[in-house]
Design a protein around this ligand. Structure first.
Ligand SMILES: C[S@@+](CC[C@H](N)C(=O)[O-])C[C@H]1O[C@@H](n2cnc3c(N)ncnc32)[C@H](O)[C@@H]1O
Length: 272
């Protein structure tokens, strides 16, 4: 047990492994009522000062994070990510007009995209929980993609973009299933064991809990295959990170396309 000074109160929390530089490691997995919000909506939104609060062992704890400077664990962006800030701003503005970008790119930390690019090629079997620009990016690299997406409208937009921009060959490599919650979990659990090279868990927690998605898709990932979890610093995903193993992750902290705050994407390789 360690005591960490936090902005609103001091609370003794059981720290789990791998505290970030700020000591913002949360008391996962027992924390509940986790909330993220802007305490002073206008100023905090402008400056990217996020408040995270949670309850554990009868205490309420909270931290405040400068989310334009560090991720929610206090890790800073790498230099490669800093150089991409202009692209973050450009895609942020573009996405307001055109949700599927002219040059689609996954909504992940830039250095994580670089890492993913080394793993994807023609014939790679990909499963995504939460689709979008990433779906088109995988298809453009020749992957065979199964996307589980909660929004019918968004799924249709993805399919149309695949057909219009990448042609029938690519669209044939895409399976989109519209599902959320337990139904989405059932879809993931029905995938053949060891059949997937890459699983990307990037859905909206409000529709399908990412931790449940991770648990459901893991048996389908082949030995030596990869699971990618976006927003692995976010309190909503602490339990998923704990499940996968905080120490064994390959973590990327930085800026992402369309996202003008610092976030985190992590990878786990399934033992061969
Ligand atoms: C984090 S996004 C998934 C992003 C996707 N994996 C990617 O990298 O492009 C999570 C969800 O947000 C929704 N979403 C993302 N962009 C959207 C948009 N421009 N319009 C409507 N829904 C969107 C979709 O339902 C998607 O499953």
């Amino acid at each position: 047990m360690k005591t960490h000074p936090i902005s609103s109160i001091d609370v003794t929390v059981p720290m789990t492994d791998g505290a970030g530089p700020s000591g913002h490691r949360p008391p996962d997995p027992t924390a509940n009522n986790v909330q993220t919000f802007y305490r002073r909506p206008l100023i905090d939104r402008l400056t990217g000062r996020y408040t995270v609060s949670w309850e554990t062992g009868g205490h309420v704890a909270s931290i405040r994070v400068h989310n334009r400077l560090t991720d929610l664990e206090g890790f800073k962006p790498g230099p490669g990510s800093l150089m991409r800030i202009p692209r973050t701003v450009r895609t942020y503005l573009e996405a307001k007009r055109r949700p599927i970008l002219r040059d689609p790119v996954p909504f992940l930390v830039y250095e994580a995209i670089d890492h993913l690019a080394t793993l994807v090629g023609p014939g790679t079997s990909v499963v995504e929980l939460g689709g979008g620009n990433s779906t088109l990016w995988f298809l453009a690299r020749g992957a065979k993609v199964t996307t589980v997406e909660h929004s019918e409208e968004w799924a249709l937009a993805i399919r149309e973009a695949a057909e219009d921009r990448l042609g029938p060959g690519a669209a044939e490599r895409l399976t989109i299933v519209v599902a959320e919650g337990e139904t989405a979990i059932d879809v993931l659990e029905s995938l053949a064991a060891d059949s997937v090279d890459i699983a990307l868990v990037d859905c909206m927690n409000a529709f399908t809990w990412r931790k449940a998605g991770v648990e459901a898709v893991l048996p389908a990932v082949r030995p030596g295959g990869t699971l990618c979890l976006d927003n692995s610093d976010h309190p909503n995903n602490w339990a998923a990170v704990t499940l996968l193993g905080r120490e064994s992750r390959v973590r990327f902290t930085g800026y992402a396309p369309m996202c003008p705050v610092v976030s985190q994407t992590s990878f786990w390789r399934k033992p061969s």
